[in-house]
Ligand binder design. Structure first.
Ligand SMILES: O=C(O)CCC(=O)C(=O)O
Length: 305
């Protein structure tokens, strides 16, 4: 369902919306059971195509590429509770942004966070990061990145709730206390940051937010574990935040619509019958090379946002 006029107004004003009951309790239970089945998973360990990952920042364990974790996660890719709203806020229909389709997910993960853990303040409109920018032009939204953060258990006071500075997606100046509360700062949590509010969620609720809003989380003080998932959507020409690539198995299982969001590009395959040796590069025989065989120089540890 497209956003209502009310949702448009408050998304523009605040930079985020809360989508209550975005997931049914059956969907929440299925995700929790599938995560439990993959645990324990250590940093840098793989369970199938799901990767244990931490920024080593005291912000918990990430299960990167969670959409590879089974059917419970596959249905989140184009979930009806948010997909039309995300398309609307990313925009770009009828422009080059739609060259490969409506959307692309550049990162998706579950995050498990325990007592004492938090994520510091990051993003902010003043950084003018193109990828995460907020834009409204010519009567249309044209944001660079819209996130869906889903709660897999209740997140209330003391649970380490996501915190946002409403309106900061349009900020022109850094938050005055950014340095103290930023990731890896002396107090890398958002508790007590002026203007920031905790967004409390029940299991199944989701926050839809433009990534350039200043955000992070409160420090968890309660016992137990906070469980959330984040899917980050952007335009179809975007690239993976980290170096992950979807597995062939996942691409085969998905519907055409979901597959296009996970891997919008149509691969250009070299047909060996149509390859002749390049006279400028000796010693290389024509062969069925379909893409890059060497990794790029991406950085899984990079937190710049
Ligand atoms: O962990 C949280 O509550 C905030 C997540 C976050 O910072 C992000 O998704 O960019």
């Amino acid at each position: 369902m497209n956003p209502s006029k009310r949702e448009e107004y408050f998304f523009d004003l605040n930079g985020y919306l809360v989508l209550r009951n975005a997931l049914s309790s059956a969907e929440v239970d299925a995700c929790n059971a599938a995560i439990d089945a993959m645990l324990p998973i250590k940093d840098k360990e793989w369970v199938g195509y799901v990767h244990g990952h931490t920024f080593e920042d005291n912000d918990g364990l990430n299960l990167q590429q969670i959409y590879e974790g089974g059917p419970a996660f596959e249905r989140l890719i184009d979930h009806p509770s948010w997909i039309d709203k995300v398309k609307h806020f990313i925009g770009g229909e009828g422009t080059f942004d739609y060259n490969h389709g409506p959307l692309f997910i550049d990162e998706n993960f579950a995050n498990l966070r325990g007592p004492g853990q938090a994520i510091g303040l990051h993003s902010g409109g003043e950084k003018a990061t193109k990828r995460t920018q907020y834009r409204y032009r010519n009567g249309k939204f044209a944001c660079g990145q819209v996130n869906i953060l889903m709660a897999l258990n209740n997140v209330g006071p003391g649970d380490g709730a996501t915190m946002v500075v409403p309106g900061s997606h349009k900020a022109n100046f850094p938050h005055p206390d950014f340095d103290k509360h930023r990731m890896q700062g002396e107090d890398a949590a958002v508790d007590g940051v002026e203007g920031a509010i905790e967004v409390h969620l029940n299991a199944g609720d989701a926050i839809l937010f433009v990534d350039c809003i200043s955000h992070g989380s409160a420090r968890r003080v309660n016992p137990g574990q906070r469980r959330i998932m984040v899917f980050r959507y952007g335009p179809s020409w975007a690239n993976f935040r980290h170096g992950y690539q979807p597995s062939e198995g996942l691409l085969e299982r998905l519907s055409p619509e979901a597959r296009q969001i996970v891997f919008p590009q149509k691969r250009v395959v070299r047909d060996p019958a149509k390859v002749r040796p390049n006279p400028n590069i000796g010693g290389i025989r024509p062969g069925p090379v379909t893409g890059l065989t060497k990794p790029g120089i991406g950085n899984l540890e990079s937190k710049n946002r």
